[in-house]
Design a protein around this ligand. Sequence first.
Ligand SMILES: CC(C)(COP(=O)(O)OP(=O)(O)OC[C@H]1O[C@@H](n2cnc3c(N)ncnc32)[C@H](O)[C@@H]1OP(=O)(O)O)[C@@H](O)C(=O)NCCC(=O)NCCSC(=O)/C=C/CCCCCCCCCCCCC(=O)O
Length: 719
Amino acid sequence: MAAYKRVSESVALITLQNPPVNALSAAVRQGIVDTVERALSDPNVTAVVICGQNGVFCGGADIKEFGSNMSGPPLIPMIHAIESANKPVVAAIEGSALGGGLELALGCHYRIAHSKARLGLPEVSLGLLPAAGGSQRLPRLIGVPAALNLITTGRHVTAAEALQLGIVDQVTDHNTVDAAVKFALSVAGRSLDPRRISTYPCPQQPDLDALFEEVMQKVRRSARGAIAPIACVQAVRAAATLPYTQGMAREQELMATLFTSGQARALQYCFFAQRAVGRWRMPSGARWDTSKPRPVHKAAVIGLGTMGRGITVALAQTGLSVIAVETQEKQLMEAKQAVSGMLERGAKRRGVAPALDRIIYSQNIQAVADVDLVIEAVFEDVALKTKVFKQLSAVCKPGTLLCTNTSALDVDQLASETPNPELVVGMHFFAPAHVMKLLEVVYGPRSSPEAVATAMQLGKKMGKASVAVGNCRGFVGNRMLKPYVEQAFFLLEEGATPELVDRALEEFGFPMGVFTMSDLSGLDVGWRVRKGDGLVEPGGASGRSARVRQGRRYSPLGDLLCEHGRFGQKTCRGWYQYDKPGSRVARSDPWLHSFLEAYRAEHGLVARRIDHQEVLERCLYALINEGFHILDDGIAAGPEDIDVIYVSGYGWPRHRGGPMFYANMVGLAKVLERLEHYHQAHPDVPHLQPCSLLRRLVASGSPPIHRWGEVIKKLHSQL
Ligand SMILES: CC(C)(COP(=O)(O)OP(=O)(O)OC[C@H]1O[C@@H](n2cnc3c(N)ncnc32)[C@H](O)[C@@H]1OP(=O)(O)O)[C@@H](O)C(=O)NCCC(=O)NCCSC(=O)/C=C/CCCCCCCCCCCCC(=O)O
């Protein structure tokens, strides 16, 4: 809807009303059409101001409408009617002007923004392009290079940058609507011809072809198979080379392809999934809306290794006071230097002062006595972590939340070592912790809803995609990773190379394949875990038992590489070879290929031809199958939680929506059939045995993903 009011006698004030972000639903579009017509036909009105209620101009087209039959007036003629008006129309931009919201503003003759407003054309992140004239008007207004940057990245700009780019005409620190009304009165009666952006020629750009070629190459590289960024470049090219009307036709043509694409569905699902995980719930019935978080002003980090340093930076950048504790003096000094460096670099990038004075460093755990929350990030050793938790319980003031950053240990066990297990949760950050978006908040059977709410709120403040999950081995992300990596090892045994497996996964859209990832994170990490699980036998054992452990198929390949001192990038040798320690350039290693041949010969394995499809099906379906187990066990509340974890922390291509969404797109019956096929071929691999939830979903007619909850009978947990 849109409200209409006359202000200052001759200004028509149109207010978009669709909380919370005034999205351009059918009713809002109808409201705009009606009120603009009314203003233009009223002889007492000399100018028009369009604003949004509750301090938000407009969050763009209503994304919820995209999946349905769209009715109501279309955006393009509506914006055209505004641009062609014979009275000045001024957009008063507060809060956000995004997507269709900014396109609406670009149709206005003038734009006044509040200094705190953000503007952008983020359609690309929804698998679309700015198809209400945005791809044609923005380059005409600010030039091709700047428009390409905004439209292909979807980034939001501040009002100050928008002013600098020429997107807005004025920025105010005061009441935006008042400023816009005053401005509208001052320009009433002036010729509007120079203000209609669609009539502008696109600013001349030397060597246009070379520019588009360069941008297209860059976009293709970073898109990892996403089609919308490429369509965005093509649309801007149309703006730069064609008259406006033809450019608009091209914009529509490109949009028609994107609008119905699976990628757009996946990306729009991700948008809503990211918001849905904030509405967490636990098997006990505790929920986000009934659990009150505690205020956290002061936090502590225990252990300043790589993870502890990143967490310290993330907390300080969020505005908290931080006590950073490291008992080893040398390590403390190194950490102090590293943390300061990270804070300084981050502050420089964001144009703010570094938060150095928010951190107090100490060698003494007693220093954390008055903090509201502690994050323990000491070495991954259960005895050490237990000792730290006992010390913290004795030192901290009553009610302090105790969080562990463990990635593999049992959160319940640590909680049981404290007198107040209800105050214990896992906060599983991902390295580097100040950069990576994902945070798994792990609750145990005795974690209080208040503790979970506090950790979730802190994660949100830190700008993390925070997902509440139950406690189990590997939580959600690493638990699903295990069968994925396992399949990759088996594929090597059967005839694949690391290069082949990685290429298939990278073509699917992962930033790096499983073996490149393993080299980056260090092969010794998994080796240590497997040793702890009693799986490693020196020399890989021999005879029939060599490839069987604990009654199931096992590949000792990773262990054997570690025995050769091949730990990945840090040792210049792993699944690939590297020129220097830490180098990111993975080169094929003939040694590895000979090693694989010798290994197969020793174990009587005959290499066969393996294609990309098999790599994808075996690795991805095994991972997805584990996702179904996780849902069945009640460890994740819904498929959205799993998908947000994989998209935010494990490099799953966003335009494929996350593993559970992908399974839904492929078709659950197909995933089931392929798992059955592979399990028949490899009966000694339990991870390939289809999960009963997957069978139940298929038997229920494969409902759409938002209705899986009806089949996951009840949220129960193994806790
Ligand atoms: C920055 C925000 C605006 C606000 O952030 P914040 O304050 O943190 O709040 P959130 O939690 O994010 O959001 C609050 C709730 O609001 C919901 N929300 C937000 N934005 C929208 C929206 N645009 N539509 C619907 N709902 C929205 C959000 O989900 C929250 O609710 P809940 O918690 O989930 O219940 C931030 O929200 C934000 O960034 N929003 C998104 C901004 C954005 O991406 N905008 C672009 C939208 S796409 C667009 O505008 C496209 C325009 C082009 C024209 C489209 C024309 C379509 C028809 C063409 C058809 C042609 C093809 C024909 C095919 C054929 O031939 O058949």
